[in-house]
Design a binder for this molecule. Structure first.
Ligand code: NDP
Length: 294
């Protein structure tokens, strides 16, 4: 028989998570601050608990997915040690510090706490494109529940530091936002000439961006070896000139360059510091300096 599972938090993501457990035949208990959001799930066989405490008591495995850690603590703090003997997987987005603090908090109350970062949107939960990073707590608690966790998306355990899953999640989503912002900027520029966003993105932009991810391994190798002039595909001295054209064309079309300006600044500063032959990977040296200024 499949293990009962409890899902706390039924926003867009929590509903998707509860849904795949129901589809896969897991006895599923749910709780949400706004109970109405459980209606469709109850029709599919979910049990709606009246309180978080009742929800937790229904299953050995509890999955928490709410807006932020304020909401996490609003729900968990009044429960004391009600989670003792259970394992809590917190899929709520937060910082590594929040994850580590909450892990310590859980340890003090005698229960297993594993933090997670969901690398998926609700629409792809339960498909082979979804993956979820886990860290913290006890590796055995992860291993013994891996089959259940894999229902939501391929699960990977990164180690006993509760902050690690969050760190990787946030770093990767930072990259995602850089890419999405760039895509929306490009769409805005070509739209000024009447080019339709959907055709442009599917026929040209996505194939281009997909191919370009192929240079990341080379940039990553340069980063690891600190050899920014080895295996260079484009020198910064050239890129800073070409990048001015990207900004000028954007400006001429009446589209803000606010997204592009900091990238130009990074290239210009690295070249001015005496590194015209470096590849783009060398801007990471400037990120390190920024850390001390923040
Ligand atoms: P929603 O805004 O759709 O849902 C938020 C959920 O948090 C609701 O269940 C809401 O309850 C609950 N909540 C908020 N504040 C409180 C509180 N003070 N006490 C109790 N419950 C509270 O967000 P999502 O479901 O989209 O996201 C949930 C988590 O998943 C977030 O941490 C998000 O970063 C993460 N995530 C989301 C992704 C996505 O694409 N949607 C992708 C990856 C991660 P109520 O219904 O009563 O308002």
């Amino acid at each position: 028989a499949l293990s009962p599972v409890t899902i706390i938090g039924l926003g867009e993501m929590g509903q998707a998570l509860a849904n795949v457990f129901l589809q896969n035949g897991y006895p599923t208990t749910v709780w949400n601050r706004t109970a109405a959001k459980a209606e469709a799930l109850v029709k599919q066989g979910a049990v709606l608990a009246a309180t978080p405490r009742e929800a937790i008591q229904a299953s050995p495995v509890v999955i928490l997915c709410v807006l932020d850690y304020d909401a996490v603590h609003e729900i968990l703090d009044p429960l004391g040690d009600a989670l003792k003997g259970r394992v809590l997987f917190n899929l709520t987005n937060g910082t590594p510090k929040q994850a580590r603090d909450t892990a310590q908090w859980a340890k003090d109350r005698g229960y297993d706490y594993i933090d997670a970062g969901i690398m998926a949107v609700p629409q792809i939960i339960g498909t082979e494109d979804a993956f979820i990073l886990y860290s913290g707590g006890n590796k055995n608690s992860f291993d013994s529940n891996k089959e259940l966790l894999d229902v939501m998306g391929a699960s990977t355990y990164l180690g006993e530091d509760a902050g690690l899953a969050s760190l990787l999640d946030l770093a990767m989503n930072g990259a995602m936002y850089g890419m999405l912002a760039g895509a929306m900027h490009a769409i805005s520029v070509v739209a000024t000439e009447g080019i339709k966003a959907q055709a442009f993105s599917s026929e040209l932009l996505i194939p281009y961006l997909t191919a370009i991810t192929g240079i990341i391994p080379n940039l990553a190798r340069q980063f690891d070896t600190k050899e920014f002039t080895v295996g260079v595909s484009a020198k910064l001295a050239m890129q800073q000139v070409g990048f001015r054209n990207i900004r000028q064309a954007s400006k001429d079309q009446g589209i803000s360059t606010e997204l592009l300006d900091p990238i130009q600044s990074l290239m210009d500063r690295r070249v001015a510091a005496g590194f015209p032959d470096d590849d783009f990977s060398a801007v990471t040296e400037l990120f390190k300096q920024a850390k001390h200024q923040n």
